[in-house]
Design a protein. Structure first.
Length: 429
């Protein structure tokens, strides 16, 4: 943090030398970091150029992954506009209660010192709550609701609306999804960016484009990544991402979420898991050609609802049951996905358009070669985040807004790459 840098510039001889004995203030350091929007990418590319000149880039195999870092924003200030209005109403209700209690205390005219201290405490509390309610009201009047990819409202954040509320293995955080594309030889980061979206599958396109720009800037050419191996985990698997990799002529290995279930090496993995009843699939429904209906396992009909529904690369015929048939059905738990679902839908594919990149990838990743190449992902990209977060202890972002958070994440990645130069650069110099 800027305060720690300020302290070591007064106490640590190395930092004193680097700063020219200037003893910069923490606010000056923070302002300097925040102002690097235009310069930071140029600096990142200069370090990457040094890595290339020292032969630290293999340039044949790359892996992408992300880590979710907390930022200078509170998750308690997150919610949809409706959630935030309710929060404001709750704060105002608390203020009203404290005010009534305050008036009641005044009416009793008690001169006890403890009561006076209590009154002062309540006055301070009311002042803070009023400021909180005003802050929410001001934000609601000045900002539009955030829209997700599907057009539905998603949670905003009053302190940093470009950050996102994200689930991690250590709980829910408010912050940024920091992505890195890494070369396999010495784990050099060839491109990095912080995104205010916790879903990894939306970041493949921007990361590939950013990496291409970096390669071009350091003289490697626009076609540097063509034909190279690109590895990512199942969080990045989507039809759009696989098409992007195909368009960029990348030899991609991005498995679907079920690839381990098909891997013979994990054939006995489920024996230690509790037995769960499987849901009915399309094969469990019998087709009646004369009536053009499907018969469910309980003998009820699913009638035609849509003759030509288009989903991704398929044209489907959709069948649906009567709500009354599903309401009291004894097989409902095995048939419907959720308890609140009212009826069963059945989609039957009748046509297929264009290439199905997902099916092609499943076939590719299930080969012995595909599984072997994918197994290299962890040793390429995971050490990068271990180094940055654990060894360098750069595991949170102190700035607000995507631009500033991105500056900080790029600085972290620059530190990582400089460390690689220090460690391996002399071997090839």
């Amino acid at each position: 943090s800027s305060r720690k840098i300020e302290r070591v510039c007064r106490e640590n001889v190395t930092f004193i030398a680097l700063s020219g004995w200037s003893e910069p203030d923490h606010s000056t350091i923070a302002k300097f970091v925040s102002s690097m929007k235009e310069e930071i990418m140029s600096l990142f590319r200069n370090i990457l150029l040094v890595c290339n000149e020292m032969n630290l880039l293999e340039g044949t195999k790359f892996s992408i992954d992300g880590c979710k870092l907390s930022s200078n924003a509170s998750k308690e200030w997150s919610g949809t506009k409706g959630d935030l209005r309710k929060k404001k109403e709750k704060v105002e209700k608390t203020i009203k209660y404290l005010m009534e209690k305050h008036i009641k205390t005044d009416a009793e005219e008690d001169s006890m010192e403890a009561i006076n201290d209590d009154k002062e405490s309540k006055e301070k509390q009311m002042k803070k709550l009023k400021a909180k309610a005003e802050k929410i009201e001001k934000w609601l009047s000045e900002n539009e609701s955030k829209q997700g990819k599907r057009g539905k409202e998603i949670k905003s954040n009053i302190t940093d609306n470009e950050s996102a509320k994200m689930k991690t293995s250590h709980g829910v955080i408010q912050g940024y999804n920091c992505q890195a594309l890494v070369d396999s030889k010495h784990q050099i980061i060839v491109h990095s960016e912080a995104f205010g979206n916790g879903q990894d599958n939306e970041h493949v396109g921007p990361m590939i484009e950013g990496a291409k720009e970096n390669a071009k800037a350091i003289g490697l050419g626009e076609s540097y990544f063509e034909g190279k191996t690109f590895i990512a985990d199942s969080n990045y698997h989507s039809e759009d991402n696989l098409k992007k990799c195909s368009d960029e002529k990348l030899d991609a290995y991005i498995p679907d979420v079920n690839f381990r279930k098909r891997d013979p090496r994990f054939a006995t993995a489920d024996r230690h898991k509790p037995d769960k009843r499987k849901k009915y699939t399309r094969e469990d429904f019998q087709y009646n050609k004369e009536k053009d209906v499907y018969i469910c396992p309980n003998g009820k009909e699913l009638r035609l609802d849509n003759r030509r529904a288009k989903i991704k690369n398929y044209v489907l015929r959709k069948y649906v049951s009567r709500q009354k048939d599903c309401t009291g059905c004894k097989l409902r738990e095995k048939c419907l996905k959720k308890k609140e679902t009212k009826r069963r839908y059945l989609s039957i594919p009748i046509e297929k358009h264009e290439r199905n990149f997902s099916k092609e990838m499943i076939k590719k990743i299930d080969t012995e070669e595909g599984r072997q190449i994918y197994s290299e992902r962890m040793k390429i990209v995971e050490p990068v985040f271990a180094n940055i977060r654990t060894q360098k202890r750069m595991d949170y972002l102190t700035l607000r807004g995507k631009a500033k958070a991105n500056i900080q994440w790029l600085l972290y990645c620059i530190v990582h790459n400089i460390g690689k130069i220090a460690c391996y650069g002399m071997q090839y110099g």
